[in-house]
Design a protein around this ligand. Structure first.
Ligand code: GLC
Length: 816
């Protein structure tokens, strides 16, 4: 006999359901309450909150009372509602700030934003949702629309014609042009059209989609659960958008200097002897290095917060020797905690209810490296504190940096992650994993960062993460996960990291040399040449692949890598300045040309070259057996870093690039601060600074200014004012240059007696320097004041005492 099971609906074949999408209809009422505008439609509505003249939030609601909570991406202090005048006409509600006007059509809920000149910046035509809770909004797209941002996405720089999903995903070897979801989700889209840029940030930690492909004259933003909670961020320049977006979601914390040195990793350095030998080899070979990573094999059967008793029997002794060599350790810590009742972390976590559970109470179990594992619920501050505190285990050993991996969270199952019905306590407002997913990794890194900060007592922590959500930049650097040793992946790393920078992730980079597959001598050279100018600089490779430490391919390769890694260390003052700028303003360390030259049509999708700060143009070689490449130089004059020749911008040039050269150009009229070559960032070899000034032709005017920021490089003292700012200025005409400097602040005393200025003025023959005599190179090295001729025409080094009150000199130049 059959039961009722025989007539289960599924057995009746597929049901055809016509999908209905609801819209809010027309506005039936609106009200202002505590500077929040609630506009109700026939069905649901939209809340508008102005956060400044340039930024407002629009959140769609379907219930009677709108829910105004945000995710942890948004800084509470940036979310204060401001009052702006609103005018009501028959057809519209019109909100006006000093920068924008927002028109809300009463009949249709169409939203249009105009600038003060009446130019349309953004138009949202449709807001809708389906009965299953998915949301959707549609925006105008112009013939000249270009799209940027979206964090860690593959493919080219300009995202026009692309479709992306935000759902943190661990896919092995995932860097393919068509992949839609990687490890990080930053739902920020920057839209540039008509010489205007603005940003749309969707604050939703569930699955979301951005489609710039399917609708011809429109692009869409959608989310599968929760609400459409969108922030409009005004430009007009892309830089303004980045600045404002990072004021909303936070900026990077200035890293300790050692964290911006060169890092060496491998899955895995298998034992204590290997790690020590590696560190000694770096020092013997005089290849600078700050960090060695410990991948999963350092642990006792992959139990986090342990060392393997056989392969790493004396971690404290290992750390002591590494400390002498100036090498730091960054161990990996994954979220999966091995299910083992004899393991302290597991036992404590179960007893104190720290692991993610289903609503019914059973702990979610998933398989990762340690076998069956459980996962801390970082949405609960109590658990985050517990987790953070566990890091005392590492800090007691002198460890100041942690590598968070597999924190999407990755689980070895069909969905590759935690089941969607697992619950997150969310500090008393429980949500399903489906709604919370993209926040998991970020909250792990937050707990880690805060735990380290607590135990490091004033030292700056370093956290590296694979997964993250908007705002992750406040806690961690991001690497782009498991790429492969393919030339294509090297090339793709450029737009990926550039867009990450535009999305607030100023501190990021790929595995240099490639993680999976086998690198080659040439690939390692070319990738390292490029990688030393990326914000995050780590060579990492997978188990079973060719070794790719800098000496793995013989002396020629080793020599080239030594030079380029050394250059990163020599440019540390310039680089550190850029990190400081990123902390202050959100500006990325490396930049697509379109950020600096938004009106130049040649650069809207240019992503095989990039800028380090504003002044250095880097043009990597990303194909094998290639010794020339085309380089686009934007407006201005660009001085070839290698031979000092001057190139007029606004055109393409053909650059020669034998294996030991990667084309690099310095913008005429800019300063680069260089320091001594150190073997590790905090090596005590003094803080001599050489301020290089690259001249510009007088007719384009050289009126250059630069401020060098310096601090102790490791503590939080700078947040209490313990830093110095040296302002340098050069003003000149065709016959002379006046160079002056002064300390705007000197609450940190750099360890040096002299300052050096190195001038590269290929336009002039230098004749004399006021008040200083010409000296020899030896005298210069001995610390004497004076000047020496260097290289060709226009090159001199001037050395002066580093007096707190600053000073100035004149250079007389013969027009050459
Ligand atoms: C993941 C990481 C990789 C790491 C490996 C082993 O694949 O992305 O960097 O080496 O796990 O921990």
């Amino acid at each position: 006999m059959e039961s009722s099971e025989a007539i289960r609906p599924e057995k009746m074949g597929p049901m055809v359901i016509k999908e209905t999408w609801n819209t809010p209809g027309s506005i039936v009422s609106w009200e202002r309450s505590e500077n929040i505008y609630i506009c109700r439609g026939e069905c649901g509505g939209i809340v508008f909150i102005f956060l400044s003249d340039e930024m407002f939030r629009m959140k769609v609601f379907r219930d009677r009372v709108p829910d105004l909570t945000t995710t942890a991406a948004v800084l509470v202090e940036s979310c204060i509602p401001h009052l702006f005048p609103v005018e009501e006409t028959e057809e519209q509600l019109i909100f006006t700030t000093s920068a924008i006007t927002l028109f809300l059509e009463k009949k249709t809920f169409i939203i249009r934003v105009e600038n003060v000149q009446g130019k349309v910046i953004m138009q949202q035509n449709l807001t809708s949702w389906n009965p299953r809770g998915a949301n959707h909004a549609e925006y105008d797209m112009q013939p000249d629309s270009h799209f940027y941002g979206l964090g860690e996405k593959s493919s080219f720089l300009d995202k026009r014609g692309e479709h992306y999903t935000n759902w943190n995903t661990d896919v092995f070897a995932p860097h393919l042009p068509e992949i839609e979801a990687l490890y990080e989700s930053i739902p920020l889209l920057i839209h540039m059209h008509d010489e205007l840029s603005y940003g749309l940030f969707l604050d939703n930690s569930g699955r979301s989609e951005f489609d710039m492909r399917s609708h011809g004259v429109a692009f869409t933003i959608g989310c599968a659960t929760g609400a459409l909670d969108i922030y409009f961020i005004n430009g007009p320049e892309m830089k303004d958008v980045v600045k404002r977006y990072t004021s909303l979601t936070g900026r990077i914390a200035l890293p300790p200097k050692w964290a911006i040195g060169y890092h060496q990793s491998r899955y895995s350095y298998m034992n204590q002897q290997e790690v020590l030998q590696l560190a000694r080899t770096f020092r013997e070979k005089r290849i600078p290095c700050d960090v060695i990573y410990l991948d999963i094999h350092y642990m006792d059967e992959y139990r986090v917060f342990t060392f393997d008793p056989v392969n790493f029997p004396e971690p404290a002794k290992m750390m002591a020797e590494l400390l002498e060599l100036g090498v730091r350790i960054v161990p990996i810590v994954d979220p999966g905690v091995k299910k083992d009742p004899n393991y302290k972390v597991y036992k404590e976590g179960v007893l104190d209810k720290h692991f993610c559970r289903r609503l019914e109470g059973d702990i979610f179990l998933g398989e990762v490296w340690p076998g069956i594992s459980v996962f801390p619920d970082f949405s609960d501050s109590r658990t985050s504190e517990w987790w953070g505190d566990l890091h005392k285990y590492y800090t007691d050993l002198g460890i100041q940096g942690i590598w968070n991996d597999m924190n999407e969270p990755a689980v070895f199952n069909d969905t590759k992650t935690m089941d969607l019905d697992v619950m997150h306590f969310n500090n008393g407002r429980p949500v399903t994993h489906e709604e919370y997913h993209n926040l998991y990794g970020m909250m792990m890194s937050k707990a880690t960062y805060e735990g380290l900060a607590e135990h490091l007592q004033g030292e700056r922590p370093f956290v590296l993460t694979r997964a993250g959500y908007a705002g992750i930049q406040r806690y961690a650097a991001v690497w782009t996960g498991d790429n492969r040793s393919f030339w294509e992946h090297m090339a793709m790393a450029i737009p990926m990291v550039l867009n990450m920078g535009l999305s607030g992730l100023a501190f990021s980079g790929p595995d240099i040399g490639g993680f999976a597959h086998h690198t080659s001598a040439q690939l390692l050279v070319r990738w390292t040449q490029m990688g030393v100018f990326f914000p995050y600089c780590r060579n990492h490779s997978s188990i079973g692949t060719m070794r790719q430490e800098p000496w793995s391919f013989g002396e020629e390769v080793e020599g080239i890598l030594r030079e380029f890694i050394g250059l990163r260390y020599r440019w540390m003052p310039y680089l550190y300045n850029l990190f400081h700028e990123a902390e202050q303003t959100g500006m990325p360390v490396i930049r697509p040309l379109v950020l600096e030259y938004p009106r130049d049509p040649h650069v809207t999708n240019l992503c095989d070259q990039f800028l380090l700060g504003e002044s250095v143009l880097i043009a990597p070689i990303y194909r094998p057996d290639t010794d020339h490449r085309s380089v686009y130089l934007p407006e201005g004059q660009w001085i070839d870093y290698w031979d000092g020749t001057v190139n007029e911008g606004g055109r393409h040039i053909l650059a020669a690039a034998p294996l030991h050269i990667m084309p690099m150009y310095i913008k005429a009229g800019s300063f680069i601060a260089e320091g001594p070559l150190k073997q590790y960032a905090m090596e005590e070899t003094g803080e001599l600074v050489i301020v290089h000034l690259y001249g510009a032709k007088a007719e384009v005017g050289f009126n250059a200014a630069f401020t060098l920021y310096e601090d102790d490089g490791h503590s939080f003292g700078y947040r209490r004012g313990r830093y110095s700012e040296l302002a340098v200025k050069a003003v000149g005409d065709e016959a002379s240059i006046k160079l002056s400097w002064s300390y705007l602040l000197r609450d940190y005393e750099p360890h040096r007696d002299v300052l050096r200025f190195a001038l590269c003025y290929p336009f002039f023959t230098i004749a004399a320097v006021s008040g200083l005599s010409q000296i020899s190179m030896e005298q210069l090295e001995d610390g004497r004041e004076g000047w020496v001729q260097k290289g060709n025409k226009g090159g001199i080094i001037v050395q002066v005492g580093d007096a707190p009150e600053g000073g100035e000199f004149m250079i007389s130049a013969e027009k050459g």
